[in-house]
Design a protein around this ligand. Sequence first.
Ligand code: PNS
Length: 158
Amino acid sequence: MLKAIYPGSFDPVTNGHLDIIRRSAKIVDQLIVGVLNNNAKSPLFSVEERVNMLKEVTKDIENVKIVPFAGLLIEFAKEQGADLVIRGLRAITDFEYELQMSQTNHKLDSSIETMFLTTSIEYSYLSSTSVKEIAVFGGDVSQFVPKIVAVELEQKMK
Ligand code: PNS
């Protein structure tokens, strides 16, 4: 049984994340979406809100579980009995950070591999940061995030 972790901040989950979740869930037997609980990053949404939004938008995917985590990703992966970490790569600008992270994680535990999926072209420009910025200035985010996330963002901005 192949088990993978797809970790991230998901503040909030975008259509780009959801695309990676759907594609990864077809490759592995079980996909755990690990939601980073780190207040030092000052997220817009609490970890509970981020977990709930992810649960809602992945409820039709049978082999996906949403689990919050704090601390080291590699420790969380071991705790969950995962074989793989999956990350999405949007553009060359992501590469350096992702390479460093995967190599560091591999040094910490060489039994856990990192696998990269390239983002679908239609989401290659998309980030949670730009979605939040659009929302802050009252822009329409409906083409970038699932409907319930757009609603939650609108509520937050009130
Ligand atoms: O969506 P993000 O913010 O790009 O996700 C980053 C994340 C959560 C994958 C990364 O910050 C992480 O793994 N944090 C946990 C701490 C850790 O393990 N750090 C060592 C890896 S270099």
